[in-house]
Write a protein that binds this ligand. Structure first.
Ligand SMILES: [Zn+2]
Length: 371
């Protein structure tokens, strides 16, 4: 039995702690479902969004105040609109927070990830024009219930727990990057920022996709052993950033085979040199996919890149179809996500959870809110 009201963590004023408010349970449209939120991911960047978004990205819209944040929701369907065909109450789902307008040229051509008004629900919009979509989708995941369009739903298997399923957003970003680089059997992948939230997801997904060898760079040596143990000895090799030029190192540890796909997953504030070096590790025809936060200009040898058919791609977020592929990889046992240290906080402790994102063991820590 669903009541009329729910608890939701809301921001009433920038820089102030979130309040737990009692508000009406949202109505759903005919093509939406109502999800009982069982876990919602806590992104390390949320503190920045709450405290200083207008300095970081003043043109990019946030949910309107009082704002409900919360990006990556996993839970159960409890109510369905009359035009929802394939889902029923009790279904376990991850909700892709990608919301698109449906009417811009990109949406109408089926390239929804290029929507002119795209938002990440419960987080931020990617252009000033995105503000209009926050009018349509004002609810985020730090609440007991969330309305979700049926096309955003990923069916999750019984062997994927809700807190881990709430990680599918980060994982999906890495997954799309690997798919765009054609990662698979026989390939070598190089990951900048291999111990971090995105980088570690790229490791797990590379293993699931049958990648032959995984190279990575990172600063924090204390996590190297733990990352290397995710595969059989020697399959994962890690270089401490700056210790040696990455192109020379990669040639040595791959026995001269080199790298086919580089994924840059560096955190905000990272310098441009590691990305420049990662490009230089690539074999002819190779590809660097950037999903990280390097925000300075990167000087690249574009003549060498042209001569060697090297591409450099930016990749933002992932499709619901790719979300389902990852869930299916977990179901079959190909994708092992058992390495996460899951830390669950009740909704009432959300402000502690926001502060706790500083005390993570790199990408191994998975902080979720369980409203
Ligand atoms: Zn659109």
């Amino acid at each position: 039995m669903i009541g009329k009201v729910m608890r939701a963590a809301r921001m009433h004023e920038k820089g102030k702690p979130l309040d737990i408010d009692e508000i009406d349970i949202p109505q759903i449209r005919p093509t939406e479902v109502l999800v009982r939120v069982r876990a919602c991911g806590m992104v390390p960047n949320l503190q920045n969004v709450l405290d200083k978004w207008d300095e970081m990205a003043p043109d990019l819209p946030l949910p309107k105040m009082p704002a409900i944040f919360g990006l990556d929701v996993a839970g159960e369907v409890v109510r369905t609109g009359e035009r929802v065909r394939d889902f029923k109450p009790g279904d376990r789902v991850y909700v892709n927070p990608l919301r698109v307008c449906g009417s811009c040229s990109a949406c109408r051509n089926g390239h929804t990830l290029n929507c002119e008004r795209m938002i990440l629900n419960g987080y931020f919009g990617i252009k000033p024009e995105s503000a209009t979509l926050f009018e349509d989708y004002p609810y985020g995941g730090y609440a007991e219930y969330l309305p979700a369009p049926q096309e955003s739903l990923v069916r999750i298997p019984e062997n994927l727990d809700f807190p881990v399923a709430a990680r599918l957003g980060y994982l999906g970003t890495a997954y799309r990057a690997l798919k765009r680089g054609n990662a698979g059997p026989g390939k070598t992948v190089m990951i900048n920022g291999i111990t971090g939230t995105l980088g570690l997801g790229a490791v797990a997904l590379s293993l699931a996709l049958g990648v032959r060898q995984i190279l990575g760079t990172a600063r924090d040596e204390s996590l190297f052993e733990r990352v290397a143990q995710l595969a059989e000895p020697g399959r994962i090799q890690i270089l401490k950033s700056g210790e040696e030029p990455a192109d020379e190192w990669s040639q040595r540890v791959t026995g001269g085979r080199g790298v086919d796909i580089a994924v840059d997953a560096l955190s905000p504030g990272a310098p441009p040199e590691p990305m420049k070096e990662a490009v230089k590790t690539l074999n002819r025809g190779g590809c660097l996919v950037n999903i990280g936060m390097v925000s300075q200009e990167v000087p690249l040898d574009v003549f060498w890149m042209m001569s060697n058919n090297i591409s450099h791609i930016g990749s933002s977020w992932f499709s619901t179809e790719q979300g389902q592929e990852m869930a299916d990889l977990v179901e079959s046992g190909a994708l092992d996500l058992s390495f996460f240290d899951n830390q669950a906080f009740p909704l009432e402790q959300i402000n502690e959870a926001v502060g706790n994102t500083k005390n993570r063991s790199g990408g191994f820590t998975n902080i979720v809110i369980t409203p």
